[in-house]
Design a protein around this ligand. Structure first.
Ligand code: SF4
Length: 248
């Protein structure tokens, strides 16, 4: 199922009640992080659903549907955000559509405020090549901020072994920048565990995974990598950039 909106209702952002809620949420996240450090992914998601009800959302890049499958198993109908930058591979859009049709989720396709053509007209063509940080900010970070606003927490598929910046990821974190709880149920999983879960449960995957793309982002910024190479080495190759900014 797809949707362009959200079922959750946001409290006002700047009221004293909201400030009180935020400090409570922060304390809550910090207190539970150690308790759940060694819990299973489904137990972590089950805790998050009990804690936040319909004010929790999953984000997925549609590289694979592992985190979607886990979340939908625990909470059928859960909201899932996909950031549709306008630069994705057709295979990624196809995976998104297949995931929405296969799993019991409410797929929310989030787009930037400007189309690629509109951005090109204002900032010039190929911003991704000239200033990828600004391009990611406009086409990923800002749209995600807007999409997350109704929620108190979000579930990601971030894993520690993916990048150096993710190596200290905890299963429950307080995201001070967004004033939200961030839940990373598979933070400790290895690539082998991901592959095993996909095989055991017949989870949908992006066909590009079998075509030399172990990490998949926008088509403009993702290259094939040689077998055995760092899976993320095809992302923004040659620029020194390793993260889009969503998880920093
Ligand atoms: S990955 Fe590339 S095309 Fe996609 S938003 Fe970032 S810079 Fe732009």
């Amino acid at each position: 199922m797809t949707s362009s909106g959200s079922r959750a209702t946001a409290p006002a952002r700047s009221t004293p009640e909201r400030s009180q809620e935020l400090s409570t949420l922060e304390r809550f996240a910090l207190a539970v992080a150690d308790d759940l450090a060694d819990a299973s992914a489904t137990d972590i998601i089950a805790w998050a659903v009990r804690a936040f009800g319909d004010r929790i959302v999953v984000t997925s890049s549609m590289t694979d549907a592992v985190i979607v499958h886990l979340a939908a198993t625990v909470q059928p109908g859960i909201d899932v955000i996909f950031l549709d930058t306008g630069y994705h591979f057709p295979e990624t859009a196809g995976t998104r559509d297949a995931v929405a049709a296969t799993y019991q989720i409410n797929l929310i396709n989030v787009t930037p405020s400007r189309t690629v053509a509109e951005q090109d007209a204002i900032l010039g063509p190929r911003l991704y090549a000239r200033n990828p940080d600004l391009c990611c900010y406009l086409r990923k970070v800002v749209p995600l901020e807007r999409a997350l606003a109704p929620y108190a927490a979000w579930i990601t598929g971030v894993r520690r072994e993916e990048t150096a910046a993710r190596s200290d990821t905890r299963v429950v974190e307080w995201n001070a920048k967004r004033q939200m709880v961030k839940v990373n149920p598979i933070a400790a999983w290895t690539s082998q565990q991901v592959d095993d879960y996909i095989a055991d449960h017949g989870v949908l995957v992006n066909p590009l995974l079998e075509d030399g793309y172990p990490s998949i982002g926008c088509q403009t910024c993702t290259m094939r990598v040689e077998p055995g190479a760092d899976p993320r080495s095809g992302r923004w190759a040659g620029t020194g950039k390793t993260e889009c900014g969503l998880h920093l």
